[in-house]
Design a protein around this ligand. Structure first.
Ligand SMILES: [Zn+2]
Length: 85
């Protein structure tokens, strides 16, 4: 134990948490069941959702496990549209 103090979820646990976050459902730790999940960036900062490259970190406040993902449900403007002016 104690690999740099950062614990990660197993793959299926991380997927469960990520899908819940993507669908804007209440988050709870798939490993220990704790309901305090620290989300970075916070959901209220809607501007963050416009940056498709922004990583979202979900970390359990109890067991310390974390999952990181990049939101893919954000509509990305195509490069051609940006260059069309
Ligand atoms: Zn936990």
């Amino acid at each position: 134990m104690g690999r740099r103090g950062i614990k990660e979820y197993r793959a299926h646990e991380a997927l469960q948490l990520i899908l819940a976050d993507r669908d804007h459902e209440p988050l709870s730790c798939p490993s220990c069941g704790h309901r305090t999940i620290q989300r970075t960036p916070r959901r209220r900062l809607t501007a963050a959702w416009r940056d498709p490259c922004r990583h979202v970190t979900l970390r359990c406040g109890k067991c310390g496990r974390q999952a990181v993902y990049v939101p893919r449900n954000v509509t990305q403007p195509s490069d051609s549209q940006l260059l069309a002016r």
